[in-house]
Design a binder for this molecule. Structure first.
Ligand code: GDP
Ligand code: IMO
Ligand code: MG
Length: 430
């Protein structure tokens, strides 16, 4: 981490699964606090410690570093059952969480009706299918915006929790019965279950605003961990094929409750190619036969749902768009090793749409679906990069590829990842 910079935000530059978990783990050794600020357990962040694989859904990816504290800030929607199960999994594998992991008392909670609503909406004929993770993320954020949500802190006030749950169920059960023919939910079962979760989560609950301000006052370094990716951002992504939170760097200020000026370093993470899981436009998507090859090489199956990820070439239009929105100060390129065996590698540098050349990512859904990428081809390097640890040792064509990405995106590349392992990184300034 640069000496003078205190706070860094790590953001996905594509459609998620860029390898943020690995990059955050790489950076967490020197950090005081790692903060998740949006999304929920729709995220799946993979980190390897030796041969042991960990997939974090809610817990920040810094948890494997004993000195780092981890905070789930108020912008995250929390499914308490999932959080408790993740905590148990970490404790069982010897990772201490008490006194190191904190969850904001302001976090909105995911309830069973959110999960079921998410799935019923996706299955309903005539409704738009997004290909969500089915974790109840959209319905929970909708309730938050409607002011019908229930926060962690609300569970400890029996009367208030009872009133808010009664109100919520009254509305939900009507909708469920009439629109979906679903029997509805019992107040008592949910009430008792969530009161039990509250007891278990009490030792982890914190005032996240105070915690972050305290760390800032002491000039402690903080890493803000983004989930999903820029193109899944509710405002700036490929709407409506997006998630329901602000995945961009600005989301950290809202979701963690910090001033915009508190973040001076924004690290974008992009794969050396592109993937997307779920529905929605994807300009550089490969045809099925080629896609399978790339998917196999990259082991591109979702860390949360196990779904096969769609694959395609690196899209410089997308990552340049992400760089502008997030203010990337530097870029990490992951999974370079996956391209080791390709004879020719392609990069989309612009799009063609109805006879015109587009240099910028279009906002119309039709254009996003119909654009044809303008590709630049580069020769591959046909050799294994996974054991390389310095930029100069990379094959000349791999160096050219990395340099070309940096020049097209307009952001310096500080890190190149060449494998799943913790040590498989090349630090550079390109
Ligand atoms: P995240 O959601 O952005 O944290 O990314 P995921 O964990 O969902 O997906 C990234 C996948 O790529 C995981 O399986 C990682 O173990 C793996 N990965 C990360 N970096 C590299 C790399 O440089 N090379 C290879 N081959 N795999 C990587
Ligand atoms: P990480 O943090 C990739 C996608 C879903 C779907 C859309 C909406 O691991 O990068 P949602 O359940 O959020 O309402 O689904 O967003 N999606 C992700 N894709 N990585 C993720 O997280 C994702 N989280 C959500 O597939 O298309
Ligand atoms: Mg993921």
């Amino acid at each position: 981490m640069p000496d003078k910079v205190i706070n860094t935000t790590v953001v996905g530059a594509q459609w998620g699964d860029e390898g943020k978990g690995k990059i955050i783990d790489t950076l967490s050794g020197k950090v005081h606090l790692v903060v998740r600020y949006q999304g929920g357990n729709n995220a799946g962040h993979t980190v390897y410690k030796g041969r042991q694989k960990y997939v974090m859904h809610l817990v920040p990816s810094g948890i494997l570093h004993a000195k780092a504290k981890c905070l789930i800030a108020s912008g995250v929607v929390v499914d308490p059952a999932e959080l408790l199960s993740e905590i148990r999994g970490l404790e069982d594998s010897g990772i201490r969480t008490r006194g190191r992991l904190f969850v904001s008392e302001q976090c909105h909670l995911i309830f069973p009706f959110h999960r079921i609503y998410d799935r019923l909406r996706e299955e309903k004929k005539g409704f738009i299918k997004i290909g969500t993770t089915g974790r109840g993320i959209g319905p929970c954020y909708s309730d938050r915006a409607l002011r019908s949500g229930i926060r962690l802190i609300d569970l400890y006030d029996e009367k208030l929790f009872s009133e808010r749950l009664t109100m919520s169920l009254k509305e939900k059960n009507e909708i469920f019965r009439h629109l979906y023919g679903f029997k509805g939910f019992s107040f008592k079962k949910i009430y008792d279950q969530y009161r039990a979760y509250a007891t278990e989560l009490r030792p982890y609950m914190a005032d996240s605003v105070q915690m972050i301000q305290e760390a800032m006052k002491r000039r402690r370094s903080i890493l803000f961990e983004g989930a999903q990716g820029t193109m899944l951002d509710l405002d700036q992504g490929t709407y409506p094929f997006v998630t329901s939170s602000s995945t961009v760097s600005g989301g950290a200020t809202v979701g963690a409750g910090i001033p915009p000026a508190a973040i001076r370093d924004v690290l974008g993470v992009a794969k050396a190619y592109t993937t997307r899981v779920g529905e929605g436009p994807f300009p550089t998507e490969l045809p099925a036969s080629h896609m399978e090859h790339m998917r196999d090489l990259g082991d591109e199956f979702g860390a949360t749902t196990g779904r096969a990820r769609r694959c395609g070439w690196f899209d410089a239009v997308v990552v340049r768009y992400a760089a502008g929105i997030n203010g990337f100060t530097r870029l990490a390129i992951t999974k370079l090793d996956v391209l080791d065996s390709f004879k020719t590698i392609r990069i989309a540098v612009a799009y063609r749409f109805r006879g015109k050349t587009l240099k910028n990512f279009p906002h119309s859904i039709t254009a996003q679906r119909e654009v044809v990428p303008v590709y630049e081809s580069m020769p591959g390097w046909s050799s294994c990069t996974s054991g390389i640890r310095t930029f100069d040792q990379l094959p000349p064509n791999a160096r050219k590829y990395i340099r070309r990405i940096s020049s097209l995106v307009g952001v310096p590349i500080c890190l190149v990842s060449v494998g799943k392992g913790r040590d498989q990184v090349i630090r550079c300034r390109v």
